[in-house]
Design a protein around this ligand. Structure first.
Ligand code: ADP
Ligand code: MG
Length: 349
């Protein structure tokens, strides 16, 4: 099976006074894994429902491989949805749950049996056809829901918080499996979540949504390292956000902040800006090319792969992830530094 390309143009959805989606434009490449990331109420489910045909937009349209499907019913469009609660049929065994879509499409029994077996193997439930769904664990139900959606070989699979009901460890394990399954099938996956780690682990492209608007859209590395907005910087992981002002100097523009001047080569987004520095990029051993003054360590918490520290520089309190082996204690005064390439400068709003 091959994934389809999805294009959304000028999509707006209003529920009375509430604007759930505000003029969204989005292009999703065929065969890519796209994650829609945003807090509760940001419009994720609304967007997915419109892609799947369960809701109609107030204005705008949805194209799949160039075809306008905006008002096509769910069964007549090249999408399949995996709902948050899985919605398995409790009175049917695993095989009949998974084969349901094929039976509806009048696929002959032998082919049905073969395709159900194949897709169960794909999701790691080989031979589970005869199991009663009531006896399955949460992770197994999740796999059955996924198998039931994949068996009809949809060009586009829509997943609404598919791992939300699973505990953290199983969640991380299922993420690896989803990624493998997506690569195996080549289906376009559109996956909604509020979990930024999940987004980074899975996505070819992340779409950051807030109040029905796209705040950022791009490969997770880029969105993480160079977020386009203050919201995206704060939602895609922890960040130190420091207000500043762009000033033209003799060697190009710099941003003046409470930490001193930060060089800024690119065109300034505005004169009033926010400097974003990730906690793992702040250094307490003087090894960064740009010195930011002396910092007093206020708190230190061991977190396994790093030490989570709060340091104070002047009036600023900053979060720093220091290497786990670094010897550091509250009360220490250390040189704070960063590499200029690890600094992002964003518009202030
Ligand atoms: P998310 O999935 O990101 O949590 P939703 O898409 O469910 O967000 O909701 C976006 C906004 O639209 C919220 O303010 C929500 O209250 C509102 N909304 C969603 N569905 C409806 C509806 N059927 N009727 C009225 N308001 C709705
Ligand atoms: Mg939702």
């Amino acid at each position: 099976m091959r994934g389809a390309r999805v294009v959304v143009e000028g999509l707006t959805k209003r529920y009375g006074e509430v604007t759930a989606l505000a003029d969204i434009d989005l292009e999703i490449e065929a065969g890519s894994y796209v994650v829609i990331l945003g807090p509760s109420g940001s419009g994720k489910t609304t967007l997915l429902s419109i892609l799947g045909g369960f809701a109609h937009p107030t204005s705008g349209r949805v194209l799949v491989d160039g075809r306008d499907v905006t008002f096509d019913p769910p069964a007549r469009r090249p999408t399949t949805t995996v709902f948050q609660d899985y919605a398995l049929f409790p009175h049917m065994n695993v095989g009949r749950n998974v084969g349901f879509g094929l039976a509806m499409r009048k696929v002959p029994r032998e082919e049905r049996r073969r395709r159900v077996a194949e897709v169960l193997a794909l999701v790691g439930l080989e031979g589970a056809e005869g199991r009663d769904v009531a006896t399955l664990s949460g992770g197994q139900r999740q796999r059955v829901a996924l198998a039931r959606a994949l068996v009809v070989e949809p060009p586009v699979l829509l997943l609404d918080e598919p791992l939300g009901a699973l505990d953290l460890k199983l969640r991380r394990q299922m993420q690896d499996e989803l990624s493998r399954i997506q690569r195996t099938t080549g289906t376009t996956f559109v996956h909604v979540t509020h979990d930024q780690e999940e987004a980074m682990a899975l996505a070819d492209a992340v779409v950051v949504l807030s109040h029905g608007r796209i705040e950022d859209h791009g490969p997770p590395e880029r969105v993480y390292l160079r977020p386009s907005s203050r919201f995206a910087a704060g939602f895609m992981g922890d960040s130190n956000l420091i207000e500043g002002r762009v000033v033209e100097g003799p060697d190009g523009s710099v941003v003046e902040t409470a930490l001193g001047a930060v060089p800024w080569g690119s065109a300034a987004p505005d004169s009033r800006v926010v400097v974003s520095i990730r906690p793992e990029h702040l250094r307490l051993d003087g090894s960064g090319a740009l010195g930011l003054g002396r910092a007093e360590v206020r708190e230190r918490h061991f977190a396994g792969v790093y030490q989570r520290c709060f340091v104070r520089v002047g009036d600023l309190e900053l979060l720093v992830f220091a290497p786990p082996t670094m010897r550091i204690s509250p009360g220490d005064v250390v040189p704070l530094s960063v590499d200029p390439t690890d600094v992002a400068v964003l518009p202030q709003d």
